[in-house]
Design a protein around this ligand. Structure first.
Ligand SMILES: Nc1ncnc2c1ncn2[C@@H]1O[C@H](COP(=O)(O)OP(=O)(O)O)[C@@H](O)[C@H]1O
Ligand SMILES: C=C(OP(=O)(O)O)C(=O)O
Length: 570
């Protein structure tokens, strides 16, 4: 397994290619589209086979958090080769200088990666929001600080210790101390460290005792379950968040993940702070508290995507209820057509171990069976021993889960039973997905500049890869959030004749997809284009057979011929 990972592939490839893509397409058709429509769910389960070969590509996107373990260009290059799709910079940790240098290293890593363009890896900053964090420990304190049950610690808002915390005295903001009550539990990070408030000494200081032992890290998150961090409704964003957003805009990041979104107005505030960049930066709301779970529909309405921060959520609500929230949020995000990321402790044991636990592998697979678009790594890549190996392992698990998905039954309701706007764009996308499933297509090819058509196709969850051809770097980057979309940026010169230009782009994209082994000549595919140049004109769904590479085919002409034979209409 390790040897495979060292070989390195690209952003959507699977680690082990064991079957020709067309064969897989046919097998997928038999098992997942044609026959499954007549099968029961139980029959599908009975037909699962541990020997079934995985496909040549992965549809779930991988988000990786950068940290000290992967700050170098070399390690980032290995992570790109192993399948990182979105690189996350957590602004709660490290300085802007560190983030800028790591961002530069990432861009260098992408430049040095053959087969990978800048659009293949998107960048995201994660801003702290109203979540409360510890200060930093003194240089002479060994971090993480280990604490045993029964130990007492002073929590103080004395700014003099903000960057000089000790094992016995740590900094938190005054608002947190004022909010805490004697007897409250306080979790640090995703646990297990848990304190109990023993005594309020003053408005600036309280004494807490360890009830579950564990460790404290620099800037560790501090949380009292089922309490709301203080938010200033006149000024939703802190000065630090505003500076971090400016950092992101100045350095051309593609997304902002907003921590502790408690109400939709927080998302709106981030969009406003983005200023002129608001159209090119996506805003993803992190759901990490009971309150945000309860307001999910309102938040979904304003956010471009959702991140289920299961670590902090599992401290705010009982851990045994997190799977309920996960399924509900993924389902609602799927219905709303917004991408969703499942995060926290996905392969946590791989921070140190060479193999994931069985429970972790099953947890990742279940998130994919639920319908998530992306899965996220945190400590595994930021602090782990072998970040690229974790990415590789995660990619493998994703592909196994994708292979087991009962596509038609799981996602059919998205096409036929959820209320969607009655317009041509949705109808076209639903038709494309249905044609791909029933026609045993190996890919859906879509020409899209804004990315809207590709997003809509992804929304209706085809069984096969969506090859999105775009001229826009931003579109390509943003599409990394959506399940199954493989973007190809066409950089060649534009042809003055619209259909020749489209043909040229399709030819180029199919070449790229063939190079990666995603499709091959004679595979069936579904082509989605406009009827003329310009946004809003996408309305054509065509079934094509992928021509040989050397055939400089006119795809629109191929379509006309096929239409004669199959009486397939535009
Ligand atoms: N840029 C960084 N510099 C140093 N450590 C980092 C950085 N990013 C993340 N980490 C470490 O990795 C851990 C996991 O990352 P993440 O889940 O993003 O953080 P947190 O849980 O604190 O929000 C953090 O607690 C921190 O110890
Ligand atoms: C992703 C999470 O949050 P953070 O950004 O604090 O790691 C989480 O709690 O699962």
């Amino acid at each position: 397994m390790y040897k495979d990972y060292k070989r390195g592939l690209d952003s959507r490839s699977g680690p082990s290619i064991t079957m020709e893509s067309g064969d897989v397409g046919r097998q997928m058709f038999q098992i997942q589209s044609g026959m499954n429509m007549k099968q029961t769910y139980l029959q599908q389960i009975c037909d699962l086979d541990v020997d079934r070969p995985i496909r040549t590509y992965r549809m779930t996107n991988i988000v990786c958090t950068v940290g000290p373990s992967c700050e170098s260009t070399q390690v980032l290059k290995e992570m790109v080769a192993s399948g990182m799709n979105i690189c996350r910079f957590n602004m709660a940790h490290a300085s802007h200088e560190w983030h800028l240098q790591t961002l530069r290293n990432l861009r260098e890593a992408i430049d040095q990666s053959c087969k990978v363009s800048h659009g293949s890896v998107a960048t995201a900053i994660d801003i702290t929001g109203p979540g409360v964090r510890l200060g930093r420990f003194s240089e002479d304190v060994e971090v993480p600080v280990q604490l045993k049950k029964g130990a007492t610690v002073v929590m103080s808002s004395d700014k003099a210790i903000k960057k000089a915390c000790t094992k016995d005295k740590v900094y938190v903001i005054q608002g947190f101390i004022m909010r805490a009550k004697v007897g409250d539990k306080i979790f640090i990070d995703d646990g297990p460290l848990c304190f109990k408030v023993m005594k309020k000494v003053s408005l600036e200081e309280m004494i807490v005792e360890v009830v579950h032992q564990g460790e404290m890290n620099n800037n560790g998150l501090v949380h009292i379950p089922m309490t709301t961090p203080n938010i200033d409704v006149d000024e939703y964003l802190s000065e630090k968040d505003k500076k971090d957003i400016k950092f992101g805009v100045d350095n051309q990041v593609d997304m902002v993940f907003v921590s502790w979104v408690l109400q939709p107005e927080m998302v709106t505030a981030v969009r406003e702070a983005l200023g002129d960049a608001k159209d090119r930066v996506m805003v993803v709301a992190k759901i990490e508290s009971y309150n945000s779970v309860k307001r999910i529909d309102d938040i979904l309405e304003v956010a471009d995507g959702i991140l289920i921060a299961r670590g902090d959520l599992g401290n705010d609500i009982p851990p045994e209820k997190v799977f309920l929230a996960q399924k509900m949020i993924v389902g609602r995000a799927n219905m709303a057509g917004k991408p969703v990321i499942c995060a926290a402790q996905m392969l946590e044991s791989m921070v140190t171990n060479a193999r994931p636990t069985r429970a972790e592998a099953s947890d990742v697979a279940n998130a994919i069976l639920d319908g998530t678009d992306c899965v996220m790594l945190s400590r595994e890549t930021a602090l782990g021993n072998e970040p690229a190996k974790v990415v590789h392992t995660l990619a493998q698990i994703c592909q196994e889960a994708e292979n087991a998905l009962y596509y038609d039954a799981t996602f059919r309701d998205l096409r036929f039973a959820t209320p969607v706007p009655t317009n041509v764009a949705h109808a076209t996308s639903i038709a494309a997905v249905e044609a791909a499933i029933r026609g045993s297509a190996s890919a859906i090819i879509v020409v899209t500049n804004s990315g809207r058509s590709a997003r809509l196709i992804a929304r209706y969850r085809p069984h096969c890869i969506i090859i999105a051809i775009t001229k826009s770097q931003h579109t390509a980057s943003h599409l990394n959030l959506y399940r199954g979309v493989f973007s190809v940026i066409h950089t060649g010169g534009s042809n003055t004749q619209w259909y020749s230009d489209v043909d040229q782009r399709i030819h180029y994209a199919l070449g790229v997809a063939m190079d990666r082994g995603y499709v091959k000549p004679n595979d069936k595919a579904v082509l989605v284009t406009g009827y003329q140049a310009g946004p809003g004109s996408t309305n054509c769904v065509r079934s094509i057979v992928i021509p040989r590479r050397e055939e400089k085919a006119s795809y629109l002409a191929i379509v006309s011929q096929q239409n004669d034979e199959d009486s397939c209409s535009d």
